[in-house]
Design a binder for this molecule. Structure first.
Ligand code: GLP
Length: 240
């Protein structure tokens, strides 16, 4: 397993082997890593070398140490590409994961002035307020609060929003979704997020606010999403 003649340092070879086992699922999130001694004996290398490999993987967040217990495999975050205007359902399906929703709230409310301004509607005009927990493979990933003008996106039901909103808008209503602007902010989870996302007190979440318009420039949603920071990382291609 370890090539001592290789110009690649032994600690680095071990790091790559551990990473490969995490990536191919042989080592699962939450599993304890074999001890330094086990690696050292099995591979006939020094414990110092094993320690160096493990420390590097802890720094890279593949592993984490729990005081008095040992070293464990860390849950890998989903990498979310921010280059396209996609829906949660599409994002999860593209990864081969099964999306689902838990509907917390679905009602029509009169728009407050600031929301009305963002949606280009009159103050007090009716908007759907939809609060959903978005899950992947049954695990809560994000809490989403969506505001949609009821006179623009017609016929929404609690049943529809328990699957894909974008799919309904495009396939059932035949409207074209155009573009969005999205704001990102790091915050600590509030009480509601702690409860619905099943995370510990003081957990960080990534808060996003998206305003999306139809192809004709009319805004159709304002969405406030809180994504679990322990499950997500974001990727963007930048050009100069
Ligand atoms: C993502 C976006 C939301 C958007 C939603 C639509 O979660 N952050 O702004 O409303 O996708 O998802 P779906 O079509 O799965 O309901």
């Amino acid at each position: 397993m370890i090539d001592k003649q290789s110009p690649i340092p032994i600690y680095h070879q071990l790091e790559e082997q551990i990473k490969a086992k995490i990536e191919n699922g042989e080592y699962k999130p939450g599993d304890a890593l074999p001890s330094e001694r086990e690696y050292a004996e099995q591979l006939n290398i020094s414990r110092m070398t094993v320690r160096q490999a493990i420390t590097n993987l802890v720094n890279e967040r593949y592993l984490h140490r729990i005081k008095g217990k040992g070293t464990f495999i860390t849950e890998q975050k989903l990498e979310q590409n921010l280059n396209g205007l996609t829906s949660f359902t599409e994002d999860m399906r593209a990864r081969g994961m099964e999306p689902s929703n838990k509907l917390i709230n679905f009602e029509i409310i009169p728009a407050k002035q600031s929301l009305a301004d963002q949606l280009h509607i009159a103050e007090h005009a009716p908007v759907y307020e939809i609060k959903r927990i978005r899950l992947a493979e049954g695990i809560p990933m994000a809490l989403e609060r969506t505001y949609i003008p009821a006179n623009l996106i017609k016929g929404l039901t609690d049943h529809i929003v328990q699957s894909s909103l974008y799919q309904y808008i495009e396939n059932e209503l035949g409207l074209k979704i155009g573009k969005a602007s999205q704001l990102f902010e790091a915050t600590l989870a509030n009480e509601e997020e702690i409860e619905y996302l099943e995370i510990a007190d003081q957990s960080p979440v990534l808060f996003m606010k998206r305003t999306t318009q139809l192809e004709n420039g009319i805004p159709f949603e304002v969405v406030k999403s809180s994504y679990r920071a322990d499950r997500y990382k974001f990727m963007l291609d930048l050009e100069r």
